[in-house]
Every structure is written in C-alpha cells, then in structure tokens.
Design a protein around this ligand. Structure first.
Ligand SMILES: NCC(=O)CCC(=O)O
Ligand SMILES: [Mg+2]
Length: 340
C-alpha cells in the first residue's frame, strides 16, 4: 500500500486501521472473500418455439437468439441439460392465422408449447420446463387477457388462464409461470391444478411485472409487436411504484405461489432486493429481451465488453438476493462458467 506518511496516521485513526483495500490486492484474495457468484444452477433459459422444420430463424433484435422448430427446441433442451442448466422456459411464435380475440389457441392441447413440452419431456426428462400462462402470444390484439369494450377484463380472463395452465400441466410442464398480472389468478390456478391431480406442479408467479419499454425485442420474437393495440398499463405495474410491488408479491404468496419473479430485471433491482428482504421467498429476476439487446448492441459496436457486462449484470441479480435469473444469455454463461 506504499510508504507511510503523515497522512497514514490520520487515515489509520479515521479507519480504525482497517484498510479495506487489503482484501483486494490479489485475484486469490478477491475470490476468497467474494460474497456472490453466478452459478449454472441459477439459470433459466427462455427459448422460442416456432412451427415447421429446418433451421432456426434468427430474431433480428436479439443477436444470438432464434426461433426453433420443436425438434430444435429438443436439441436446445439437450444442450441445456448437458450444460447443467436446470430449467428451460418455452415461448411460442404463434402463426398470425391462429390468433383470435380470446386467444383460443392457448387452450389447444396440441399447440406449439404443448408439443414442444411433450417432446422435451420425452427426450430430456431431466430438465425442468417452465411455461408462461398469459394470452398475449395467442390474441389478435396482443393483450394478455380478453378485451371487452376496450377493457382487459380480469375475472373472465382468469377462467381462461386456469384452463391454459391445465393444458400445459397435462403436456408435462413442471412450472406454471402466470405472466398476465390479472388479480387473483395464482389462487385460481393453484385450485385448478390441485383439483385436476397436479398438486406437484409448481407456480412461479410474475409477481411484480412492470409496464416496460424493455419487452420490445421479445414482442418481435413472438410476433406480438405488430399485433399489440394500445399498451398494458391497466394490468402491468406502474414504474413509479415500489410499495405496490410488496402488495402484489404478498398476494401471490398468500395465494400459493412457490416462487416469485420481478420483471424487468436490472431497472428494477431495488424491487428484487426489497422482495427478497421482505418475504424470503425464492425470488427470480427476468433479464428481459430489451436488457439483453442493450448489452448485445453495445458489445457489437465495440462500446462495451459484452462478456464482462453479461457477467456483471447477472452478478447484480445474485447480489440483490435472486435465487436465479431467466436470461437469454443462459447457454453462453454456462459455457463460460464451465471453461472457467
Ligand atoms: N412473459 C415473458 C415476457 O414477456 C418476456 C419479455 C422479454 O424478455 O422482454
Ligand atoms: Mg397480482
């Protein structure tokens, strides 16, 4: 730490002699005292499934991410399992001709997500599967629920969400992820699952999901961008609110959620930390498409080191107390961790 000077005595008096830089001197000391790390076990990999066969279709606004055929999703799940990633999350690109006012394709037992779930369960039984419950990939208007006179109606939507959850559970889905932000849906879905013999099917609720600009590329990926009429501010949370997130999470937990989630991730890190602190639940962060695209775009321009930014962003979630992270970086991170 250099020569001792008159200033040294002053500093020792001020710090009580504890020089915090002592522990940062070497790589090994830094590793020794590091409080959090990103592990492969922390990762959930969201993958996009599309109709048809053949090569994956790249998503332009998400470099490195593509929509895969059902067979391609099975390959991805195989790769994920081999890397040690515990869970894949499935999102469908629904053919526009199958979208309608009430999202009826969501209830089709052989829709894309159900077929991909069955195929993955069959070929890669050791990996967990998370399926989103919400109508937006299936509605012609792009909303997460049924629209009546311009209003996204809560209770009728919840009836459909319960049926959607059952369809997914029957296909073999392990974790139901209600992402719709309707009130009371966790309680109703839990009851519907239990009544149908799916008492072991887990619920990871999108407890605090904010109306955000960071979902843009995802809507491209699932084909909702062009479809969406208006915005989602009457059901997704207002970005100015933190106390309300505590109320949202409290409700979902009381209703039977096994795990909760905050979304988006990095812009809402304070919410994540507060929910962990308050409820001590397994709490997850969703590093959204917009967060992914932001890092990728800057990296591709040579403006930031993409690999370092990726790890830094994921470590932030762990430091804030996340049990895990849904991230499009999952396979790349897992590979980097294995390489060491
Ligand atoms: N329900 C899943 C999403 O809305 C994902 C959004 C994103 O990755 O931007
Ligand atoms: Mg709620």
């Amino acid at each position: 730490m250099g020569e001792r000077t008159a200033t040294s005595t002053r500093i020792d008096r001020a710090t009580g002699g504890t020089r915090l830089r002592r522990l940062r001197q070497n790589d090994w000391t830094r590793r020794l005292v590091r409080e959090t790390d990103v592990r492969v076990d922390d990762l959930i990999w969201p993958i996009f499934v599309r109709e048809g066969d053949g090569d994956a279709h790249p998503v332009a606004s998400m470099p490195g991410v593509s929509r895969r055929s059902v067979a391609g999703c099975v390959e991805a799940a195989r790769r994920a399992a081999d890397l040690g990633i515990p869970v894949v999350a499935l999102f469908p690109f629904t053919d526009p001709s199958l979208r309608d006012e009430t999202g009826s394709e969501a209830l089709n037992e052989s829709n894309l997500v159900c077929r991909a779930t069955r195929a993955i369960k069959d070929a890669v039984p050791e990996i967990g599967i998370l399926c989103d419950v919400a109508l937006d990939p299936y509605t012609s208007h792009g909303h997460d629920g049924i629209v009546r006179d311009g209003v996204i109606v809560n209770d009728e939507t919840v009836d459909l969400l319960c049926r959607q959850a059952l369809v997914q559970a029957r296909a073999g889905c392990d974790i139901i992820g209600p992402s719709d932000m309707m009130d009371g849906r966790v309680a109703c879905i839990r009851e519907a699952l239990d009544a149908d013999g799916f008492g072991d099917t887990m619920i990871m609720s999108y407890a605090a999901k904010y109306a955000s600009a960071f979902y843009g590329p995802f809507r491209d990926a699932v084909g909702s961008a062009g479809a969406l009429r208006g915005d989602k501010r009457t059901y997704q949370m207002d970005m100015g609110n933190a106390l309300e997130a505590l109320r949202e999470a409290a409700q979902d937990i009381a209703e039977g959620a096994d795990m909760i989630m905050v979304k988006p991730g990095l812009p809402y890190l304070d919410i994540l930390a507060r929910l962990v602190d308050e409820f001590r639940m397994p709490t997850f962060a969703y590093q959204t498409s917009g967060e992914y695209a932001t890092i990728m775009a800057a990296a591709q321009n040579g403006w930031i080191d993409g690999e370092k930014a990726m790890f830094e962003s994921l470590r932030a979630f762990k430091r804030a107390g996340a049990a895990g992270i849904l991230t499009y970086f999952a396979p790349r991170v897992a590979e980097a961790i294995h390489k060491g």
